[in-house]
Design a protein around this ligand. Structure first.
Ligand code: FDA
Length: 492
């Protein structure tokens, strides 16, 4: 039995590793670059304050998540290139995603959060929580290298003054501040601060990749994948078509891309099984297109449905002059404000690493937003569309305000209005956490087997119905570990 895995993020990496360890030959197809070769500056990745061609996926101008600073637009022209961060625009929302071998792990903040057990039933109602919390969450946490900041260092270093201000203000308003684990190598970060190693998180690196301290999938699952000797990884290869093959299995059409995004070659390969791990958006777009265009007509009516933004909304607050947040800020968040049960919001205290004192506190909130959108095929444009509307973020804003209106009242402070435009308070136009589109138990069985076809699976964020109550990649990884174990045991 052979397997082809589409996408090399969390779901795809778990699938490739476990299949290969079970003796299956795997082709791992990834549309982004390998990100293993330094550029002219000797670095593989560019820092957030200085985006160059490596920053964005096939754009000629950057599209920063916060577009303005002190009222001035910060985006700039860049050469079109297969860069690392995709700002994919749908009509009502921009969805940020990682592109490259390692998927979202290349660009994300590394916040590695296991949801509270009491909330798990609302996240994945058909999954046995005991199994998840006893076996698969621990397996995912170990495999990803999850760890927490040393509290004594947190309390003393200049690099986390912004987070200590966030903690103090949360607690003064009666909200619990919780430390959040991360996959950053915290020992390395302490050495960065001591000046004994090359700076990475302390040099503004995060959104366009991290050169040293972050344990992306490149440093965790991928060396193990390579060590099996059974996985062929093809970067800059994009899957466009999957159809049943005459003699069984599937024929997969793959476009090889140049670094300016042109198609240089079109290849077809066959595999007995195909795992869709292109991320919530990538998997949904492929499956919706393949169903609508007749390549996989038996996929069921749930394909494309149940998509949510994990309730993401961003906001900044302006602090008093006596509450500086620090000119030196680590790019790696390490704490959050928990008002999930009372107000439906969990707010990361996020850095704003501009290199100057801004007196700003910045937050990315995850909220219990109930709205769900659907991907559909538009035959006229031959493109997949998403019907999310910007106004659907209002519940998220209301939930985030349960925290920040109170903090502002306690502190006598106001919201910043210069980060997302001029006089615009809420970053309500984007998500970092797309989830759903091939929901577990609806578009698939309870283990990700796609309804209608034997040997086709979804194994990424598309399985999760729109919200995880916390940052999603630990749950995506744990669910993938659970599903692939069952699939290997029963189907291979
Ligand atoms: P993922 O998106 O990781 O991987 C899919 C891969 O498939 C990509 O590499 C893509 O290029 C590839 N692909 C897509 N279509 C394809 C095709 N047709 N052919 C071939 N390849 C294709 N989460 C968290 O828990 N903590 C955090 O701190 C953060 N922070 C954060 C910051 C930012 C800026 C972003 C953009 C995201 C986060 N996230 C996060 C979210 C997290 O990164 C995300 O949930 C996971 O990466 C999703 O994992 P998947 O396996 O679903 O897909």
């Amino acid at each position: 039995m052979s397997a082809l895995v589409i996408g090399s993020g969390y779901g795809g990496s778990v699938a490739a590793l476990r299949l290969a360890q079970a003796g299956v030959d795997v082709q791992l197809v990834e549309m982004g670059m390998a990100w293993d070769t330094p550029g002219a500056d000797g670095k593989i990745f560019c820092a957030t304050p200085n985006p160059d061609q490596r920053s964005f996926w096939l754009r000629t101008r950057t599209k920063q998540p916060f577009s303005n600073f002190l009222g001035f637009p910060i985006d700039k022209d860049i050469p079109r290139y297969t860069g690392i961060l995709d700002a994919e625009e749908f009509s009502g929302i921009t969805v940020y995603q990682g592109r490259g071998v390692g998927g979202g792990s290349l660009v994300n903040g590394g916040m590695a959060v296991t949801p509270k057990r009491e909330n798990f039933g609302a996240i994945l109602p058909t999954v046995d929580a005991n199994e998840m919390y006893d076996v698969y969450y621990p397996r995912a946490n170990a495999g990803l290298g999850v760890a927490s900041i040393r509290p004594a260092w947190f309390d003393s270093t200049d690099w986390y003054q912004f987070a200590r201000v966030g903690r103090k203000q949360a607690q003064r308003s009666g909200f619990p501040f919780v430390f959040v684990p991360d996959v950053y190598d915290w020992d390395y970060m302490e050495q960065e601060a001591a000046g004994t190693v090359t700076k990475s998180a302390l040099a503004g690196e995060i959104l366009f990749g991290n050169n040293y301290g972050k344990k992306s999938l490149q440093k965790t699952y991928h060396p193990k994948i390579t060590a099996t000797g059974r996985v062929t990884i093809s970067p800059l290869h994009r899957v466009t078509q999957v159809v049943p093959a005459a003699g069984g299995g599937y024929t997969v059409t793959i476009e090889q891309l140049t670094t300016t995004g042109a198609v240089s070659t079109i290849k077809t390969v066959t595999a007995d099984t195909v795992f869709f791990a292109a991320g919530s958006v990538g998997t949904s777009k492929l499956l919706v297109k393949l169903k609508a265009t007749g390549a996989l007509p038996n996929l069921n009516g749930e394909i494309g449905k149940g998509w949510g933004d994990n309730g993401n909304v961003m906001v900044g607050r302006a602090n008093h002059i006596w509450d500086p947040t620090g000119a030196s800020q680590s790019t790696i968040p390490c704490g959050g404000i928990d008002n999930w049960n009372a107000g439906g919001a969990f707010a990361e205290v996020a850095p704003l690493p501009t290199g100057i004192e801004t007196w700003a506190s910045f937050y990315l909130s995850i909220t219990k937003n109930p709205n769900r959108a659907q991907f559909t095929w538009n035959p006229a444009t031959r493109a997949v569309e998403l019907n999310w509307q910007t106004a659907w973020k209002q519940p998220s804003i209301d939930m985030a305000k349960t925290i920040f209106d109170k903090i502002n009242a306690t502190e006598g402070t106001i919201y910043r209005t210069d980060l997302f435009g001029t006089y615009k308070t809420w970053g309500d136009h984007l998500t970092y956490h797309p989830l759903g589109g091939a929901v577990l138990g609806k578009a698939t069985d309870n283990y990700g087997r796609l309804a209608g076809y034997q040997g086709l699976y979804a194994i990424d964020g598309s399985l999760i119905p729109g919200n995880t109550s916390v940052n999603p990649f630990v749950t995506i990884t744990a669910l993938a570990e659970r599903n692939i174990e069952k699939i290997i045991a029963q189907d291979f």
